[in-house]
Design a binder for this molecule. Structure first.
Ligand code: AMP
Ligand code: MG
Length: 342
């Protein structure tokens, strides 16, 4: 078998197992341990456990992997060294529901496979992982995604998005968690597929985006968190396009799937002028999912996202996702708005 089908199978299985672990943990949020990272963002038992499980499944299937991931085990190791094992033990217990014979050392080492030299580049390709993208949504009991991508020469070729709370039913509100969730996988040039996040035995559905009815209003999808994107600038862009519908807001890369599957028309992530540089694990899987759903994915200048520069999208600012016909209109409507405070 060539490497590609093995990678696709391993990635889907890794994300599916991590979805189950995260779903279990989200169902008992009150007792869930968490800490704050240096940038003050939250990290929970579930972030660490999901990263360990994904690394374990990929490594079992494929051998040693090269991975650029959001989490590392430094703070957990530090807590253990300081005599506090509580968070680390919770992580180990959660991991063991998927990886039964894991030990603490094995779990910490698995997490750290994704840490370290993030600026490494390998022409043979590498993985990137956000074990819980949208941790704030996870902590609110709402949407989040487990996001895993395979990158070669600066472009994601395989993207898997596990969305444990996202329904395949467009009518189900995002803040009403679905009991099954959805898993999307996309392979560059080979389409976008959907299956339930909790059942491997279901044949994946090939997603074909329906033609937009020009009489229907344009629908925007964006982050819940107004510190990650400018809601007010997005509203002005949508006004320029003559659209006045309330935006659909959800945490994590489920946004790319929502546009890729045709539920919304545009995903905007507009810089707020704070100089933030996007991380590859927040976009790689989503970008290939949206592209294979028939969308164009660029930054606010219309440039393709360059995933070949280590952990950050150094050459890009913000994100604009829309169908090709609409994408040009969005960029034109943004005009100076795109560069105002970037
Ligand atoms: P979302 O759920 O789409 O709002 O995005 C969640 C991700 O936003 C997190 O995983 C963070 O890595 C990332 N993030 C953190 N700070 C910022 C910022 N100032 N601008 C854009 N994204 C950010
Ligand atoms: Mg993230």
């Amino acid at each position: 078998m060539s490497d590609k089908p093995r990678r696709i199978d391993a990635a889907c299985e890794a994300v599916r197992q991590a979805c189950r672990v995260c779903r279990d943990l989200q169902s008992r949020l009150e007792s869930l341990g968490s800490m704050r990272k240096d940038d003050r963002s939250p990290v929970t038992v579930a972030d660490f456990a999901a990263q360990a499980v994904v690394v374990h499944v990929l490594t079992e299937a494929l051998g040693p992997i090269l991975l650029i991931a959001e989490e590392d085990a430094f703070a957990l190791r530090q807590q253990i060294a300081d005599g506090d094992r509580s968070l680390a033990v919770s992580v180990l217990e959660a991991v063991r529901t998927a990886w039964v014979d894991a030990t603490m050392d094995m779990v910490l080492d698995a997490i750290d496979v994704g840490a370290g030299n993030h600026e490494q580049r390998d022409s043979a390709g590498h993985w990137t992982l956000d074990p819980i993208d949208g941790t704030k949504g996870f902590l609110r009991g709402q949407q989040y995604a487990i996001s895993l991508a395979w990158i070669e020469e600066g472009a994601p070729l395989i993207g898997v998005l596990g969305c444990p709370n996202l329904s395949s039913d467009f009518n189900r509100p995002f803040d009403d968690p679905d009991p099954h969730g959805t898993l999307y996988f996309a392979v560059a040039g080979e389409g976008l597929y959907e299956l339930p996040a909790d059942d491997v035995n279901v044949e994946p559905i090939h997603i074909r985006r329906l033609e937009k009815d020009p009489n229907e209003p344009l629908r925007l999808c964006e982050s819940v968190d107004g510190s990650h994107t400018s809601h007010s600038r997005a509203e002005r862009v949508m006004q320029q396009l003559g659209a006045s519908v309330e935006p659909a807001r959800l945490d994590g890369q489920g946004k790319y799937a929502v546009v890729g599957r045709g539920q919304a028309d545009i995903y905007l992530r507009l810089p707020r002028g704070d100089g933030y540089i996007e991380r590859i694990w927040d976009h790689a899987a989503g970008a290939v999912v949206a592209q294979e759903g028939g969308c164009a994915v660029t930054d606010v200048y219309g440039k393709p996202l360059d995933f070949g520069l280590g952990s950050r999208l150094e050459k890009n600012r913000g994100v604009v996702v829309a169908t090709p016909e609409l994408h040009g209109r969005v960029l034109a409507a943004m005009g100076d708005l795109a560069t105002e405070t970037v």
